[in-house]
Design a protein around this ligand. Structure first.
Ligand SMILES: NC(=O)c1ccc[n+]([C@@H]2O[C@H](COP(=O)([O-])OP(=O)(O)OC[C@H]3O[C@@H](n4cnc5c(N)ncnc54)[C@H](O)[C@@H]3O)[C@@H](O)[C@H]2O)c1
Length: 245
């Protein structure tokens, strides 16, 4: 039996990268998945691919910064699969801009998606899980929620916020059977990383390579399943050794 047999998992950013790799692994562990993304083309194509392999999958287009869109995701998930057990709160954006050139609009947009959006999805998840009597939330932060780096002030501030939001929610709902933990990836080979940056980021990493989305998915499965049953409010840093330096 799979580690998520019969569970319903909502995955934001589910059309690409870490979210898509996690959806594949979750399905192979018996879960039904709700793929949530802004990118409708990729999301629908991935939904069709999963369904063609007999998996139960639903794509819902949503912007995680919209309260209305987020509410609709949970309505659709419950209408289609009857419940929500797991939420991988993972959609995010990132761009490198020196702080003295960082427009307030870009700051606001990054914090809006990477922190406010994570809050909106977490709040909607908790509302559903309180009704159901429990659940599991995995937020994607970053190793840059733990350490700083030049040129990513807004991203790093937002991801640091996600790490502490995770601690706070873990504490707040510990007695309600809702576990909340964060995944903190290092540099992972997904479309969020520009092709021309990959070599230099690999060089900056002690293991001298980028991580693979599938390696993140295994960590998410640990956090989402009963394998991590005594863990809440915590962060799992999976970064090829970067933050050990
Ligand atoms: N790849 C890395 O090196 C790395 C490192 C640390 C943390 N992360 C985090 O991992 C998460 C997933 O990133 P990824 O590497 O898989 O990148 P990705 O670009 O492949 O996937 C991100 C997905 O999120 C979606 N998305 C973006 N904004 C959205 C919004 N407002 N509403 C709904 N969907 C939205 C995108 O359409 C995309 O499909 C992000 O939170 C990112 O910050 C990535």
């Amino acid at each position: 039996m799979g580690k998520l047999q019969g569970k319903v998992a909502v995955i934001t950013g589910g059309a690409s990268g870490i979210g898509a790799a996690t959806a594949r692994l979750f399905v192979s562990e018996g879960a039904k998945v709700v793929l949530v993304d802004l990118n409708e083309e990729k999301g629908k194509a991935f939904e069709s691919e999963l369904k063609a392999s007999q998996a139960e999958a639903l794509f819902v287009k949503a912007n995680i910064t919209s309260e209305e869109d987020v509410a609709n995701v949970f309505e659709q998930a419950v209408a289609t699969f009857g419940k929500v057990d797991v939420v991988f709160n993972n959609a995010g954006i990132g761009r490198v801009t020196p702080t003295h050139d960082l427009d307030y609009a870009e700051w606001r947009n990054t914090v809006n998606v990477d922190l406010d959006g994570v809050f909106l999805v977490a709040r909607a998840s908790i509302r559903e899980m309180l009704k159901a009597g429990g659940g599991v939330i995995v937020n994607t932060a970053s190793m840059y929620g733990w350490v700083g780096s030049p040129g990513s002030a807004a991203y790093n501030a937002a991801k640091g916020g996600v790490v502490n939001l995770t601690r706070s929610l873990g504490l707040e709902y510990a007695e309600h059977n809702i576990r909340v933990n964060a995944l903190c990836p290092g540099f992972i080979d997904t479309p969020i990383i520009p092709e021309e940056s990959k070599q230099v980021l690999a060089t900056m990493t002690p293991m001298k390579r980028l991580g693979q989305a599938e390696e993140m998915a295994k960590a998410v499965l640990f956090l989402a399943s009963d394998d991590s049953s005594y863990m809440t409010g915590g962060s799992l840093v999976v970064d090829g050794g970067y933050t050990a330096q």
